[in-house]
Design a protein around this ligand. Structure first.
Ligand code: PLP
Length: 396
């Protein structure tokens, strides 16, 4: 089918929840994707921080194929080996003792919210149910996670919002302390705000949040859906602050593109989930577990985290170099391969110009351009991306 006809049919039959670019992507390999006309793109979006090992990574593809031939799905009423092995690898390599598997970031956060409320109900006494979340945050699109999300544009038209969430300024421990009441059971936040525009808090911030949570006897929940699985240069972003959360959520890069989410917790808290308290038909599905197991093993066994750290520094240096030539660039920032540029005007046109030239980048919050490439990115990829971006900025 011709590209125009495919797009016409899509517009007719798919709900308009996304404003899409007029390309139909058909193939991906490593750093690149191709569209239905055969045009090649350097992918610095990677499914928005999803395909961290690159497209069609051979180890992940082989693991999914092998599992597909063995067992595709059974109910969680039975044990399956890939689920057991992934839970062990995740807990061996994190603060957590137990894992709940689901299918997306929003679901992982829903599970975290439910676990926090259940733990508070069972152990903290009184009427503790409220979670404090951050202004400018993003936690998903379900009814509870939009209420947790501290951006009004995601609430409009969906009121009444789910009760039990209050938003406080990000990177402001004093405001957080002041907001904690007898009803508060926990604090939920992203270590770096992704959709909010790659907002990086002060180095001490997570430590101060941890200390406050300990002082008040409430839970610290980290949403690492976007920053987890190596994106910021360590397997989990929290490792860089020397603290441990009580609950942590993952999705996006966990399966390198296979839909899978996870909610991790220390066993004292996890034990509040007893049979029947929470569930998901597809959560922990053998195919998803095989994909995630292969992804995590590859991250742990190869030099991907080291590459992410080195290439992140190189990327920022290259962007700083061109910043001087473009007064419209008001800031360059990043951690690992979560890199952003702030523009003094809308970023949409620049993204379109990059697309035309064969580079995929992303715009969030209107004027923040994001580069979230696979963590296998090399210097040549970064050089090429910055060159195309520079040209796009120069176009009149
Ligand atoms: N949490 C964070 C920090 C995210 O960045 C996202 C998605 O962008 C989500 C949650 C929601 O994840 P999903 O789209 O898989 O539901």
């Amino acid at each position: 089918m011709q590209t125009e006809e495919l797009i016409r049919q899509a517009d007719e039959n798919i709900m308009g929840t996304y404003k899409r670019f007029p390309v139909v992507l058909v193939k991906g390999s490593g750093m690149k994707v191709w569209d239905s006309t055969g045009k090649e793109y350097l992918d610095m979006v990677a499914g928005i921080a999803v395909c961290s090992l690159g497209h069609s990574h051979p180890t992940v593809v082989a693991a999914i194929k092998e599992q597909l031939d063995k067992l595709t799905h059974v109910s969680n009423l039975y044990y399956t080996e890939p689920q057991i092995r992934l839970a062990k690898l995740l807990t061996d390599n994190s603060f957590a003792d137990e894992v709940f598997f689901c299918n997306s970031g929003a679901e992982a956060n829903e599970a975290a919210i439910k676990l926090a409320r259940k733990y508070a109900h069972d152990h903290l006494g009184g009427d503790k149910y409220e979670l404090l979340t951050m202004r400018n945050s993003f936690h998903g699109r379900t009814l509870a996670t939009i209420a947790a999300t501290g951006q009004e544009k995601f609430h409009k038209g969906f009121e009444p919002l789910t009760e039990g969430f209050r938003h406080v300024p990000f990177n402001d421990p004093a405001a957080l302390e002041e907001a904690i009441t007898d009803e508060t059971c926990g604090v939920m936040l992203e270590p770096i705000q992704g959709e909010g525009g790659v907002v990086i808090p002060d180095d001490n911030y997570l430590r101060e949040v941890r200390m406050l949570c300990d002082k008040k006897g409430i839970l610290m929940i980290l949403d690492e859906v976007q920053v987890g699985m190596g994106r910021t240069g360590t397997l989990f972003a929290y490792e860089q602050s020397g603290i441990k959360p009580d609950i942590l959520t993952l999705a996006k890069a966990l399966g390198n593109g296979f839909p899978v989410g996870a909610m991790l917790a220390a066993d004292k808290i996890a034990s509040a989930f007893t049979p029947g308290a929470h569930a998901s038909t597809f959560g922990g599905n053998p195919l998803a577990m095989a994909a995630a197991l292969a992804t995590l093993e590859t991250i742990l066994k190869t030099g991907i985290l080291e590459n992410c750290r080195r290439m992140g520094v190189y990327f920022l240096k290259k962007l700083e170099e061109i910043k001087g030539r473009h007064p419209a660039i008001t800031a360059v920032r990043g951690r690992g391969l979560m890199v952003a540029l702030e523009l003094g005007h809308s970023g949409e046109e620049i993204v379109n110009r990059c697309l035309k030239r064969g580079l995929l980048i992303n715009c969030t919050n209107g004027n923040i351009l994001r580069f979230l490439p696979p963590l296998i990115t090399g210097r040549e990829d970064i050089d090429r991306a910055v060159e195309i971006f520079d040209e796009a900025m120069c176009e009149k």
